[in-house]
Design a protein around this ligand. Structure first.
Ligand code: NAD
Length: 433
């Protein structure tokens, strides 16, 4: 997977759209540059040695509201990748029509090689280093790849301690008023004080968008085979909600590879709750060939992630990393619909190639915006000191995403263009005036 220059590629997509729709190039260039790029050093004492990790927080744009975006712990985290992700957050909030700006952060680390204690220390050190630019009405981080509510809770705890310290030493230059107000609203994706539906909101939102598309195309979910790459927070919940709506989830994968089950040449749909139970028990999907209420190896096959992307399915759902559909494999993609649940999973070259071939791509800034909408609801409930039930939260996410889908669909029809271009256009119309 070539992830180099991902920010340049993200820029290129937008510059093309800007040119086509006569958006001022100067204004667009100015918008593309992030407001702030913070790169910090994170020393971690491993007992025998001190390792220094690199951390980032990039605040892209806050025209529509406070900066908002996840924190990723992954060996591939870089300044370039984080810049692209922060830009996409600005676009995503604009498409969803919620009052947030865009940001992203992360640490270049493989958290799987750290002990829990070391991971906690690294998470707390990250907050200490970026504290000055965070706050409920300034910049609100959330979980992303390899970060979860437990990590966010450590971060909130550190943030609250630092806020209290700042309050006591008023005059230290801190924005004390904002640090004091509702400190729990400074992060979303929390276990404590969190939104009951936050963990499933991104996957759920993706299925709402898929349902709208399938309705417009007049297709029957029960006749559609789906392959999902990535079985983490986003991929699992997407697969789970989609299978409940009748879609046939025939392949899923994690970083170690994917699984399918076949009878002769026909796929047998996987039983997603059972596959998930099996994965939780074993730690990976290998061997979790569950269908029809049982898990057994008959007809089960391990496949690589590359093979999963090229399966003869109707719908492909990349829900892991960026740039996985690119010039090396675009000619082998057989799905007619791609739902971008990961951020930036289709490279610009592959996007042009596939769209020209008639593949319908639902852009990440629409497809995975259930996450930012869920975050918005969590932030709102912390600010207002109230709590949405899971049912209320999902209903709100559904209504916001259905509206966003209609806006994008109508703009695409009006301009006789595809859904990806229409999503960008909708965002740019709100962000650049
Ligand atoms: P996660 O860490 O919970 O899950 C990631 C999944 O991808 C895991 O199953 C992992 O095994 C798999 N994976 C990792 N490397 C892989 C590889 N090389 N090949 C195949 N699979 C691999 O992360 P997540 O929260 O589910 O995020 C997934 C994607 O969705 C990311 O692009 C993220 O930025 C995006 N996203 C997440 C949210 C959210 O709310 N969590 C919101 C919007 C977008």
């Amino acid at each position: 997977m070539d992830n180099s220059n991902i920010y340049q590629k993200a820029k290129q997509d937008l510059l093309e759209v800007g040119k086509k729709y006569n958006i001022s190039e100067d204004k667009l260039e100015e918008f593309l540059v992030p407001d702030k790029v913070l790169e910090v050093k994170l020393p971690l004492n491993l007992g025998s040695e001190i390792i220094v990790f690199k951390g980032y927080r990039i605040q892209h744009n806050n025209k529509l509201g406070p900066y908002k975006g996840g924190l990723r712990f992954h060996p591939q985290v870089s300044r370039d990748e984080t810049m692209a992700l922060s830009l996409w957050m600005s676009l995503k909030a604009a498409v969803a029509g919620i009052p947030f700006g865009g940001a992203k952060g992360g640490v270049t680390v493989d958290p799987k090689v750290l002990t829990e204690k070391q991971l906690e220390e690294l998470s707390r050190e990250y907050v200490r280093k970026v504290f000055d630019i965070l706050g409920p009405d300034k910049d609100i981080p959330a979980p992303d790849i390899n970060t979860n509510p437990k990590i966010i809770d450590w971060m909130v705890d550190e943030y609250v301690k630092l806020s209290q310290k700042a309050t006591h030493s008023a005059g230290s230059g801190q924005d004390v008023k904002s640090q004091k107000s509702q400190p729990y609203a400074a992060f979303t994706g929390k276990k404590a004080h969190g939104l009951s539906a936050r963990i499933e909101s991104t996957g759920f939102g993706g299925v709402i968008v898929l349902e709208k598309l399938i309705e417009k195309l007049n297709l029957n979910p029960k006749e559609l085979q789906v392959a999902v790459m990535g079985f983490g927070n986003v991929g699992y919940h997407f697969a789970d909600f989609a299978s409940k709506k009748g879609y046939k989830i025939v392949a899923v994968s994690d970083s170690k590879g994917g699984i399918v089950k076949k009878n002769k040449d026909k796929f047998i749909p996987l039983d997603i709750p059972l596959v998930n139970e099996c994965k939780q028990e074993k730690g990976s999907l290998a061997g979790c060939y569950c269908a029809g209420g049982v898990c057994d190896t008959r007809g089960g096959q391990m496949i690589t992630n590359e093979e999963l992307l090229e399966l003869p399915v109707d719908i492909l759902v990349p829900a892991a990393l960026e740039n996985v559909i690119n010039e090396n494999n675009m000619q082998n993609i057989k799905a007619k619909i791609i739902i971008e649940m990961a951020n930036g999973p289709v490279s610009p070259k592959a996007y042009h190639y596939l769209v020209n071939k008639g593949v319908i791509i639902v852009s990440d800034i629409l497809a995975n915006s259930g996450g930012i909408v869920g975050s918005y609801l969590e932030w709102e409930q912390n600010f207002k000191n109230m709590k949405f039930s899971q049912k209320e939260a999902l209903a709100k996410i559904q209504s916001i995403l259905e509206k966003s889908f209609d806006n994008v669909w109508n703009l695409a029809k009006k301009n006789k263009t595809n859904l990806v271009e229409a999503s960008y256009l909708l965002a740019l119309e709100k962000l650049i005036k």
